[in-house]
Design a protein around this ligand. Structure first.
Ligand code: HEM
Length: 526
């Protein structure tokens, strides 16, 4: 009897606590909407010169998943929720189907983020002519770099904002887009693609199978970046044994994006103690830093510093008014941003071509015509003739991009889909999801390179097909990446009849990557 009484008392206490917690949650949710409306008032007063329509609906009413206190909508990605962090691109697509062309969700501490899916809204954001466009940086990387002022003066080209960003970008990266670099790049790429082919020939098994084909493609990208940015060869495609420095750089650049993703979307315990992901991020940063600080210091001390290196390195080394620490970190950012991105895009491109038999035939026809012998040296003039393969690249980046969206922080208030969106809001232009909608591209889910050929201009929306971003903040490596995709793919397809063991699966690791290991058969074509 006494036991039952005790049990009853406990039950009442539990019920009272639960009611209290539920009340707190409800009252939080009620105030949350108003808090969202107030959150950016200060910014708006400061920057407000925007185009808010008089009848715009309040920010708080933008549809989206239910936030909970502190964790916002992060619960959607936990064991309770329907989404997975390694499928964030699919989660963002699902939100579009559930809530419509504008969606607001809340990240940790209920920080609001607005996803835009409508092509006109996306155009409005990306067309806004900003002197210093703001793209949010990688928080954990910023945190780490700020903790090492001995090494880093700024947080690097990718993370820095405002005047400081403009200073680095204009002083250090303009050579990347020069025509002279284009010729130099094509020459290096032809040599490196031959080395890749030789390595594959040497290492495939009796059935012509290469396991973990992605490693070969990433090694190739690393070698390309090293040759073009530093004017040096690394040996990442050496047969049999690879130099330890190449292996370390491969490890670091491969893992950097993955841990950036984990530290960005997981709970930020790393701010308080070094978590496993944070320690790995620091390890990757240290490896890349050690290699590049040695190279830069060696080059700066060399008498030939300005004569023999690559034009990109020359520009970086001789830039006036830039601290040596900024020169090192900018090189690091260029290398880190240039390997997996281009490697993934090349893998998806090959897969998209080979999975569509009619397109594969057209690509082979063009290659056999432009490069009659597999050993033909590729020149910039020959590249201009590969029009169909170029169209395949654009289409592949539309359907299977490496960066599925472009993020910006609004510098003034806007009205999107009838909702007021204040200055200071983080908006994510969901270009990939929008590109897969029938209203924007006919047969949007089919791989149709023809839509990008000159004869068919009707389907082009300049602000949807932006795989390298837009405006002053767009990717400085675009030219290198496009040339690399073109030449490596052309050379591989000219030499081999390639087939993938199974369809590539897209996984989100900050970038969209194909899930490895990728097993591929590469048989000689002749
Ligand atoms: C297929 C390959 C690549 C893709 C799809 C890609 C895509 C992008 C995108 C979408 C951005 C953000 C642009 C924006 O916010 O408007 C970006 C930025 C950047 N990319 Fe690339 N990229 C690729 C290759 C490269 C290469 C080869 C390099 C280096 C040589 C590079 C270096 C960078 C850097 C340093 C930034 C930051 C620029 C800044 O904030 O000023 N990327 N890239």
């Amino acid at each position: 009897m006494r036991f039952l009484k005790k049990l009853k008392r406990v039950a009442v206490l539990v019920a009272q606590h639960v009611t209290r917690v539920v009340k707190v949650i409800w009252s939080f949710l009620a105030t949350q909407e108003k808090a969202d409306d107030r959150k950016f008032l200060w910014n708006e007063n400061r920057l407000g010169d925007g185009n808010i329509l008089p009848k715009a609906k309040p920010f708080s009413q933008i549809p989206g998943p239910l936030p909970i206190p502190f964790f916002g909508s992060q619960w959607l990605y936990s064991w309770i929720g329907p989404y997975f962090l390694d499928k964030l691109h699919l989660a963002n697509e699902d939100k579009y189907f559930k809530y419509g062309p504008i969606v607001k969700e809340h990240y940790l501490w209920n920080f609001p983020i607005v996803h835009l899916y409508d092509k006109n809204d996306i155009e409005t954001v990306l067309k806004y002519s900003s002197k210093y466009p703001i793209r949010p940086g990688l928080e954990a990387q910023i945190f780490y770099r700020n903790s090492r002022p001995d090494r880093y003066k700024s947080v690097g080209l990718v993370n820095v904002q405002g005047l400081e960003w403009h200073h680095l970008r204009s002083k250090l990266t303009t050579q990347l887009a020069s025509t002279a670099l284009g010729d130099h790049t094509v020459k290096q790429l032809s040599i490196i693609s031959e080395e890749l082919i030789e390595k594959i020939r040497e290492e495939r098994d009796a059935e012509s199978l290469i396991e973990g084909f992605e490693k070969y493609v990433y090694s190739c990208s690393l070698e390309v970046i090293f040759a073009i940015l530093l004017g040096r060869r690394l040996g990442a495609l050496n047969k049999s044994s690879i130099p330890p420095i190449a292996e370390r750089l491969m490890f670091a650049t491969e893992n950097l994006f993955e841990v950036s993703h984990e530290t960005m979307y997981g709970l930020p315990w790393w701010k308080y103690f070094p978590t496993k992901s944070y320690r790995k991020l620091a390890e990757c940063e240290n490896i890349i830093y050690d290699v590049f600080s040695d190279l830069v210091k060696e080059a700066l001390n060399s008498d030939e510093a300005t004569g023999t290196q690559s034009p990109v390195l020359n520009q970086i080394l001789t830039a006036e008014g830039v601290d040596t620490r900024d020169k090192i970190v900018s090189l690091i950012d260029l290398v880190a941003a240039g390997i997996e991105t281009t490697g993934n895009a090349t893998l998806f491109l090959l897969h998209n071509i080979l999975n569509n038999p009619e397109i594969k035939v057209r690509v082979y026809e063009e290659l056999d015509r432009v490069l009659p012998s597999p050993e033909d040296t590729i020149t910039p003039q020959l590249l201009l003739e590969l029009k169909y393969l170029r169209a395949c690249i654009v289409e592949s980046l539309r359907m299977t991009p490496v960066a599925p969206n472009v993020a910006r922080i609004l510098e003034k208030p806007f009205t999107f889909q009838g909702y007021h969106v204040p200055a200071g809001t983080l908006v994510v232009c969901e270009t990939w999801v929008a590109s897969l909608q029938e209203e924007n591209y006919l047969n949007a889910k089919s791989f149709i390179p023809e839509r990008w050929l000159d004869s068919d201009k009707t389907n082009r929306y300049p602000f949807l097909a932006v795989p390298f971003g837009v405006g002053r903040r767009m990717c400085p490596g675009k030219r290198i990446a496009e040339n690399e995709m073109l030449i490596i793919t052309a050379k591989l397809l000219r030499a081999f009849d390639i087939s993938f063991h199974k369809p590539l699966e897209q996984v989100y690791k900050f970038l969209i990557s194909p899930k490895g290991p990728i097993n591929v058969i590469l048989r000689e074509r002749y």
